[in-house]
Design a protein around this ligand. Structure first.
Ligand code: FMN
Length: 441
């Protein structure tokens, strides 16, 4: 059973496209991550399709101790403009599309974060959102004065308090507190402000925010961790959950679980929307779509594939393992758990060798790959959406800009023909697009 009249669709903008070898494709600008004209084109394409939002992943470090070893693999780590700065500029060249950026609670302060996202919400007229993560990349620690990446559970404890402070700061002003009355000389109504006075385990923040309440009240909160603590964080704080899932029944169980957890936090379980990542190769025929996938697969350098697999599995050492043998038993890891469990299970279920697994992973990197025509992809997305397993999808084009053009020009019209997606924006804020109510103070 669907919960909405149409599905939610976000555009995941990994600069060159999500496929690890996309940057080597002749039609992809290899400097995409620092090419504003490229992002402006992508944003306009997504807006032409009336997609709900752009989504920018992020990381604040190159990975790895040895920079010379990184020279062939660095492209796979988000090497792009700082996302909130980029979205500020994209706000000026778009009108309706939502603008969402990944922000790490492990390596930021909540006051800065609340202020930056509130600024983006004002600048864009209510189109801002943030994807709260605890950071996947352990090498960020060395750029922020820490000897090592904090433990998984400790990161999530900080994230819970972080989200509480950010939202508290967004609520420090009444919507109409800033009267700016030139006649009387009253800038704001004194009874319209409430400092935060937060004192917790990780943060002491007096507040208030030095800015009026934003057009959306609360910019949209996305959460993208799928472990137990990740689900609890989503249940307590998120409007949207972004998850990597391969099986319709698994994602259905996941959705039911995060909604039940939201209920335990005193929230309306239906206020939480679940979007699954999808990595589509779209062709005018199935053969054309397969060819596109094969072309990128052939561009993967073996050392890149193996290195990528090692970090997706939690930064394990795979050097010296037999590429044509099964995945060896893995030591425990302090990195993301959900992605690792998914891959180990996939390799065992399908009897994949290490090489086959890296070829699979290097392509979609844990997200669900779909290959086919607009009709077959629309069938697939419709099946997940109509069964109530998800509220929509975050589309992760394998290469850019062509992968987004294919989705918007071929798949979106097919979804519209079936009444599964809007033909034009109806509201003006990201909350409007997602059908989320604006929270009162
Ligand atoms: C779909 C998805 C997207 C994510 N995107 C990012 C990202 O852009 N940057 C980042 O540092 N962490 C990202 N994460 C990491 C998680 O938010 C989380 O901080 C970490 O991986 C632990 O996740 P876990 O709860 O699944 O164990 C992402 C995770 C998922 C599942």
């Amino acid at each position: 059973m669907t919960r909405h009249s149409h599905m939610r669709l976000g555009a995941f903008l990994y600069p060159t496209g999500y496929h690890v070898a996309a940057w080597r494709h002749p039609e992809v600008p290899a400097d995409a991550g620092v090419n504003f004209a490229h992002y402006a084109e992508l944003a306009r394409t997504a807006e032409r399709g009336a997609l709900d939002f752009l989504f920018l992943p992020d990381s604040s470090a190159m990975r790895g101790a040895d920079l010379s070893e990184l020279s062939r693999t660095a492209i796979r780590y988000v090497a792009q403009f700082e996302p909130l700065t980029l979205l500020g500029a994209l706000a000026a060249v778009t009108e309706r599309i939502g603008l969402t950026a990944t922000v790490s609670s492990t390596y930021n302060e909540p006051y800065h974060t609340a202020r930056m996202i509130a600024s983006l919400d004002h600048i864009s007229g209510g189109r801002a959102g943030w994807n709260l993560v605890t950071s996947q990349n352990p090498f960020e620690a060395y750029n922020f004065g820490l000897p090592q990446h904090p433990e998984h559970d400790a990161r999530y404890r900080r994230a819970q308090e972080f989200a509480e402070v950010v939202k508290g700061l967004w609520d420090t002003w009444d919507d109409d507190a800033w009267v700016r009355d030139k006649e009387s000389g009253l800038f704001f109504e004194p009874e319209g402000v409430r400092p935060l006075d937060h004192r917790g385990e990780h943060f002491s923040v007096r507040g208030p925010l030095n800015m009026p309440r934003t057009p959306q009240g609360h910019p949209v909160t996305i959460q993208a961790g799928s472990s137990g603590p990740g689900r609890d964080l989503a249940a307590a704080t998120a409007d949207v959950v972004f998850t990597a899932q391969h099986d319709k029944n698994d994602v259905k169980a996941f959705t039911e679980d995060v909604r039940a957890r939201a209920g335990k936090h005193g929230r309306d379980p239906d206020s939480l929307q679940v979007l699954a990542g999808v990595f589509p190769f779209v062709g005018r025929t199935r053969a054309e779509a397969e060819e596109k996938a094969q072309r990128l697969r052939e561009l993967i350098q073996p050392e890149v594939g193996l290195d990528l697999l090692a970090s997706e599995l939690g930064h394990v050492d795979l050097s010296g393992c037999d590429l044509d043998g099964p995945l060896p038993r893995l030591p425990p890891s302090n990195s993301g758990q959900s992605r690792r469990d998914l891959l180990v299970r996939m390799a065992a279920d399908e009897g994949l060798s290490v090489r086959q697994l890296y070829q699979r992973v290097a392509g979609s990197r844990g997200h669900r790959q779909v290959v086919g025509t607009a009709e077959s992809i629309a069938d697939d997305l419709a099946d997940w959406f109509e069964s109530g397993a998800v509220d929509g999808f975050i589309v992760m084009p394998p290469s850019l800009p062509d992968g987004l053009d294919d989705f918007v020009d071929l798949v979106v019209p097919e979804l519209r023909r079936r009444g599964l997606f809007r033909s034009a924006y109806e509201g003006s804020t990201l909350r409007d697009h997602l059908g989320l109510r604006r929270p009162g103070r």
